[in-house]
Design a binder for this molecule. Structure first.
Ligand code: NAI
Length: 564
């Protein structure tokens, strides 16, 4: 009898046969089972006679995919394929990575979360609902896969830009983990999506008769944190070495949760930490293109919310790593919020913002044309800024005169309008390129089509977390890290920046193409693994060993023979 063990790293041999085998997406090969396998595994008669290769199957699947009329239908098709034959699903994704990533992840996954209850087909991952809070360890043990490298968990409260989706938020961990496997190469059998269903305040969901989540308003306050704690304690018990990634929690919950647990287990928050790392990576790439160092930059941050301060913190850490003192680094930031420049005379700053308060004496004679305060135009007019970043949600704030003024004083202005959605982008990529005669180095938060300028088509990098989290996962798993440190995140950002295509081709994007991301992910994973060792959170191994582990860990979709 054939013994099945197609799941690398798994010690459990599987003896499934017949329909049972065809119903197991991690083992099912569908029409690709060979005649020997069909005979040995009781599959004869259950499949059409023609045996296909994986490539042939992929072509057929792509044909079926192309017949789907819209993005949601394409998403449903891909998810159904994932729940039928995972190798084929990932092969199809890999062969069409640029076309399909937006369908399994942003932006289409937002639609899939909204429609979750209406498009629900088969179970995947775990629903941990509040009424079952005393059974969390048992629920975790009910999972279908024994060994887990990465868990992505959400409570569905702040799903992308569409807010509270309750249990439908599970679509996000499922989509994210698909990219952990596709790009990072984390074996799909070793991933686990989880939703903490603490209810929803989304009235549309609550009054939808087909809503499948727990019909209750959200649990809040201490009861909420106690529930999260019950979950974390159970995870620590059941998965002491597994990476727990927090996803799409509302900001007021996200930060306290990260602070509380980041030194207790292997964990990170993608929205807080990866977001900052991607922006930092793109900035580091852009600075390298200008031929200068980070320490030579004057940075204007327009927007001092959680994203703006998060990116500034990452940049500041990178600057001190390059030799600036803490004070020298702070002096290079000009941070502006809805009440103008942050300076020492202001009494309304949070502790995180105060770090960036410029001394009042430095700006005493400056014009105050923004409602009597120092606004963006005043700052740009008074310093030689080299980097302008927008995380303000104010669409069009980077106006032509402001951009002209900046571009007048610097050869390659680095301008990143990062606010989402497109309507809130501080400028369009096309305007920035035109207003600076093609000199601006641009990355955006929203997608922009390539800009035609001077006979070239300039692709515009979109700062998206996909550049970081799958690579972090690979680095963590391959290095055996026990914690995620800030230095590991910084290493990921630096390696991303070093892989900027614009370094080789001035008309190329600041961030790599998706088709190159598996290679870049392996490089990032290496840098992350080295720093994890330096930080004392991963066992010491040689560089060669680390590289070998990364290669071994990064799974590629392929069938292995199941016949003896
Ligand atoms: P937030 O609400 O915490 O911060 C917004 C900041 O902008 C506040 O400091 C506010 O005072 C400031 N602001 C508002 N109006 C202003 C004005 N007229 N002039 C100057 N400053 C003004 O929001 P958060 O979470 O920091 O996000 C900001 C934006 O960044 C959003 O559009 C979000 O979608 C986007 N974002 C983009 C990311 C990316 O990777 N592209 C990552 C994270 C956030």
């Amino acid at each position: 009898m054939a013994t099945i063990n197609t799941i690398p790293h798994s010690s459990t041999a599987d003896t499934r046969r017949g329909m049972d085998l065809l119903d197991t997406p991690l083992l099912n090969k569908g029409t690709a089972f060979s005649s020997e396998e069909r005979a040995e595994l009781s599959l004869n008669g259950l499949l059409p006679p023609q045996a296909e290769t994986l490539d042939e199957q992929t072509l057929r699947a792509y044909e079926a995919f192309q017949r789907k009329p819209d993005d949601l239908e394409r998403h449903i098709y891909l998810r159904a394929l994932q729940d039928t034959n995972e190798v084929l699903f990932y092969k199809l994704l890999l062969d069409h990575i640029e076309e399909m990533t937006p369908l399994v992840y942003t932006p289409t996954v937002a639609l899939a979360c909204e429609q979750f209850s209406h498009i629900y087909r088969r179970p995947r991952g775990l629903f941990i609902s509040y009424p079952l809070r005393d059974s969390i360890p048992a629920i975790l043990r009910n999972r279908s896969n024994k060994e887990v490298d990465v868990i992505v968990v959400t409570d569905g409260e702040r799903i992308l830009g569409i807010g509270d989706q309750g249990a439908g938020g599970l679509g996000i961990p499922i989509g994210k983990l698909s990219l952990y496997s596709l790009i990072g190469g984390i074996h799909p059998a070793r991933t686990l999506p989880i939703v903490l269903d603490v209810g929803t305040n989304n009235t549309e969901r609550l009054k939808d008769p087909e809503y499948l989540g727990w019909r209750h308003e959200r649990i809040t306050g201490q009861a909420y944190y106690d529930f999260v704690d019950q979950f974390v304690q159970a995870v620590k018990q059941e998965f002491p070495d597994t990476c727990l990634q927090w996803e799409d929690f509302a900001t007021p919950h996200a930060r306290p949760i990260l602070q509380r647990y980041r030194n207790q287990l292997l964990t990170f928050n993608d929205d807080i930490q990866s977001t900052s790392a991607v922006a930092l990576g793109a900035i580091i790439g852009a600075v390298k293109v200008t031929g200068k160092g980070l320490k030579d930059q004057q940075i204007v941050m327009f927007g001092a919310g959680s994203a703006g301060i998060g990116v500034a913190d990452g940049l500041r850490a990178a600057m001190t790593e390059e030799g600036l003192s803490e004070q020298e680094a702070r002096n290079r930031f000009w941070v502006i919020d809805k009440d103008g420049l942050l300076h020492s005379g202001r009494k309304d700053l949070t502790p995180e913002q105060s770090v960036y308060a410029q001394s009042e004496s430095r700006v005493s004679g400056w014009p105050r044309t923004f409602n009597g305060k120092i606004g963006l135009a005043d700052v740009i007019g008074n310093i030689d800024s080299t980097i302008l970043i927008g995380l303000s949600t104010v669409g069009g704030a980077f106006s032509e005169p402001i951009v002209h003024e900046m571009a007048r004083k610097v050869q390659r202005p680095i301008i990143f309008p990062l606010s989402n959605p497109t309507s809130r982008s501080e400028a369009t990529a096309e305007d920035l390129i035109r207003w600076t005669d093609g000199r601006a180095l641009v990355a955006a938060g929203s997608p922009f089509a390539p800009v035609s300028y001077g006979g070239h088509k300039i692709p515009i990098a979109q700062c998206n977390n996909v550049y970081i989290f799958p690579a972090m996962g690979l680095g963590i798993v391959a290095s055996g890290a026990r914690r995620v440190t800030d230095a590991m995140m910084l290493a990921a950002a630096r390696t991303l920046g070093a892989n900027s295509p614009a370094l080789k081709d001035p008309t190329a994007s600041l961030l790599p193409r998706l088709t190159d991301l598996r290679r870049v992910a392996a490089e990032i994973a290496f840098a992350v693994g080295i720093v994890a060792q330096k930080d004392g959170v991963a066992p010491k191994i040689s560089e060669d060993q680390l590289r070998q582990r990364i290669t071994e860990t990064q799974w590629t979709p392929a069938y292995t023979s199941l016949s003896e």
